[in-house]
Design a protein around this ligand. Sequence first.
Ligand SMILES: [Fe+2]
Length: 387
Amino acid sequence: MAPSYHRLGEVPRKRHVAFRTSEGELLTEEVVGTEGFSGTYSILYHRYAPTRVLKVAEVEPVPPAPTPANDTTLRHHLLRTLGALTPGADELAGRTWLAWNDDIRIAVSAFGPEPGRFVRNGGADELHFVHQGAGTLESVFGRLAYTEGDYVAIPKGTTHRWVPTTSGNHHFVVESPATIRLPARYQHDGQLLEHAPYWERDFRKPTELIAADDPSPYDVWVRVGDRTAVYTLDHNPLDVVGWDGHLYPYAFSIHDFEPISGRQHQPPHVHQTFELAGAVVCSFVPRRLDDGPDVVTAPYNHANLDSDEILYYVSGNFFSRRGIEPGAVTLHPRGIPHGPAPGVAEKSIGQTTTEELAVMVDTFRPLTLAATAEPLDDPDYPTSWVR
Ligand SMILES: [Fe+2]
């Protein structure tokens, strides 16, 4: 769900009425809506009906469906992802599953500079954190520029492709069958409130329609769960000449997240950026540290009893841990406490700022480590607190 209503291109004055090109051709209206059309929706006007399909072919999913790791030991994991992956031909081919449950799938994706295939994830919203790379997300909703540090949210059902302008691209990717939204407590009557860590002006929307008029065959990779089919349309699917509504891809830079600090350690809630059924996504950004008398600014040892925690380290010196480089991912399952490295608590007293930048996903149901994450895993991590 996007943070506000948006309109791009031409739309008729009323919904569901005849809308024609200047040559008199009737345009095709499409309503894309969530939750049985009781939820957020947008209305798009296509040059060609989106149902104009020449061929349907079932294919093996890309990437292959996640399977559990061989080592199922209940323990903390440290996965080093940057430079450890073979870049794929595009964002989808470059994905490596890290962990998943029924509510969420978590991956990293490394890919090259070529424009990607057309994809429609019909089964899940996607949230990409762009660690490295920049370019344009092209979709039926138009062009959306993105760069390093951006979250890019793509609602399910959005036909799109990634068009990078950079050779090295590294994304942290979350897929959720439920809508990925801004937390309800930040909003009232559709407006972001004064206490929210961001405002409408911080969210970037598609700026320019593609409005392709190309009646030649185009393949769209349609994904729902572990099923993938290639749909060959008889036209370029990015043919929308106008749309409006609350459902569309948008970008938000983690550098625009306004951190909240206080006299004492602030709980993870102040870092929350997105919510979805079964998980929260939080941003840890450079900020003033707690400045009360005698405070230990390093986080306390903690046991989040009802969550598994994934942390994706972006940059800065993540001050509670040592030996964790950018692109590293920690998985701290429930049932096992974790906390600062030895000596860090003492050193943190009197520290006034932190430059750490990280994305956290806390899931309410246990995560399964993916077999594809195993080669990235440091087996010594669980005992790293005594070294
Ligand atoms: Fe934690």
